[in-house]
Design a protein around this ligand. Structure first.
Ligand code: ADP
Ligand code: GLC
Length: 489
């Protein structure tokens, strides 16, 4: 199958969150399975073209925008450790910047940047003579691909047997655009803007809605999230559209690329370890603490509870902020955070670092190497998310024998099972209500298992033995792609 992946992120070139990891691991798996994926990405200013050996091609693409054309140069490289071709679209006015979506606030021309990109991918396919069986678009940034496929390109021989699949990674970001501008850039014109049209939502153009309405099949990144979003609490206002497309909405659980996230082969951590080598895991913890200024005089054995996260409301930071000081007084543990995001939260964590220097380790920023070290060093991993479409970090942490304490929402519900002392099954601690009491109780249960043998080793072994390999997820998508094809026959 020829699969054209249109994405605003892919690891390791451009990453803001889990989207980048998922797109990358799917492309690698599809290639291994004998499919033919290509990836198209904007050529952002920060992409290290020398390190990844990107080269300009001889091609310039001509992209229709509204009543005019724009020009872009095409670059080519490969996804590391795979033969998957990556094409970068060079349009410096739009993409030669330090951020993907903003820096730090959203760029105010994201409508124009991403509508351009969503149109450009078709022109890339044409110039390469790549005949896609599937166009796979991700989140609002590439949602307009679905509309372009069905309106402008469906009559082109290259695309007439092509189905469109749209994956929702996060409904919280919808791409709400000024209608005049968005419909001018996309060439559809204001005649397409009326209450209830496939572009319109609450008086704006809503890219997420456009993707949902025009796609042949829609997927979300976990089965639980695909059910949750049919209700207003999780749907961010799009429950009617999602229910209207209900028969075509499928939850496919994200998977993990275990060549990248595996303590047995991870070169980023202090000492590699496998399932029964908890002494080596402990060395990772000690080394991490030493690197953060702790010495043997400090109680190194205190349980280490950590987070690696974007600092946004989604991730339950409000809930944590109301209780963290109370927890630090009441329970015996050390807290470590690696995160970046909203100012109100970074201020809070700076305060915590200042007030509890022996109990809190706070790294504000984005640091891939440190994230690996933290997964290996920690005993517990916290995810009190208000909502979580899938979440990858709970799966990473389990692979490193680090026990998740998480809220039962979205993909967290699909990947973590509460530990049961009767039969020694399960690999985490969960709470249901988004409130401080339930959250406290989950922390308390988690801390009780630390030092409680044989359960402490059982739960860690269970966690490490879980298998959320991206191969399964890649196979599930192939099935969805086949269904999408049946629809357009
Ligand atoms: P989301 O996409 O909502 O942020 P996921 O759990 O799906 O959540 O994916 C987050 C990804 O981003 C993971 O690979 C995680 O390790 C990484 N990540 C998040 N914050 C940071 C950070 N501050 N430094 C390094 N990596 C981070
Ligand atoms: C989004 C979601 C996260 C999911 C990721 C990859 O960023 O917030 O839960 O794991 O996309 O699909």
């Amino acid at each position: 199958m020829n699969i054209l992946i249109a994405t605003s992120e892919i690891a390791p070139f451009a990453k803001a969150g889990g989207l980048a990891d998922v797109v990358s691991s799917l492309a690698i798996e599809w290639a291994k399975l004998g499919e033919t994926p290509i990836v198209i990405l904007p050529k952002y200013g920060f992409i290290d073209i020398y390190k990844y050996a990107f080269e300009p091609t001889e091609h310039t693409i001509i992209v229709p925008m509204g009543q005019w054309f724009e020009y872009a140069r095409l670059w080519q490289g490969f996804l590391p450790n795979s033969g998957v071709p990556i094409y970068l679209i060079e349009h410096n006015i739009y993409f030669d910047r330090n951020g993907i979506y903003g820096d730090p606030n959203e760029y105010n021309d994201n409508d124009r940047r991403f509508i351009f990109f969503s149109r450009a991918i078709f022109e890339v396919a044409k110039i390469l003579n790549f005949k896609p069986d599937i166009i796979h678009a991700h989140d609002y940034h590439t949602a307009f691909c679905m509309a372009f496929l069905k309106s402008y390109y469906i009559h082109d021989p290259l695309f007439k047997e092509c189905a469109g699949v749209f994956t929702i990674h996060n409904l919280a970001y919808q791409g709400k655009f000024n209608p005049e501008n968005a419909l001018m850039y996309s060439g559809f014109g204001m005649k397409e803007f009326y209450p209830g049209s496939w572009f319109e939502k609450y008086g704006t153009v809503n890219a997420m809605k456009t993707g949902i309405m025009f796609a042949d099949k829609i997927t979300t990144v976990s089965p639980t999230y695909s059910r949750e979003i049919r209700y207003p609490y999780f749907s961010e206002g799009l429950q009617d559209e999602l229910n209207q497309r209900g028969a075509d909405l499928i939850g496919v659980l994200n998977g993990v690329n275990y060549d990248e996230w595996n303590p047995e082969i991870d070169n980023e951590i202090f000492e590699k370890y496998s399932i029964n080598e908890f002494d080596k895991k402990y060395n990772n913890k000690k080394q991490f603490l030493f690197e953060h200024g702790f010495t043997n005089e400090d109680d190194l054995d205190l349980p280490l509870i950590s987070m690696v996260t974007r600092l946004t409301e989604q991730k339950g930071i409000d809930l944590l902020a109301t209780k963290l000081e109370y927890f630090l007084h009441k329970y015996k543990f050390r807290f470590a955070l690696l995160g970046s995001g909203e100012r109100r939260y970074t201020d809070f964590f700076h305060y915590i670092a200042w007030k509890y220097p022996k109990l809190a380790i706070i790294d504000i920023g984005y640091n891939n190497n440190l994230s690996h070290k933290l997964f290996a060093a920690s005993d517990f991993f916290l995810m009190p998310s208000r909502f979580e479409p899938c979440g990858l970090t709970q799966m990473y942490s389990m692979k490193y024998g680090t026990i998740p304490i998480a809220r039962i929402a979205g993909g967290l519900a699909d990947t973590i099972m509460e530990y049961n002392y009767e039969n020694s099954q399960g690999s985490g601690f969960l709470f249901w209500q988004y409130n401080a009491d339930d959250f406290s109780y989950a922390i308390e249960r988690a801390l009780q298992i630390y030092n409680n043998q044989p359960h402490w080793n059982n739960i860690r072994r269970n966690a490490m033995a879980n298998n959320f390999s991206s191969e399964k997820s890649a196979l599930d998508y192939i099935e969805v792609f086949n269904w999408a094809h049946e629809k357009i026959k």
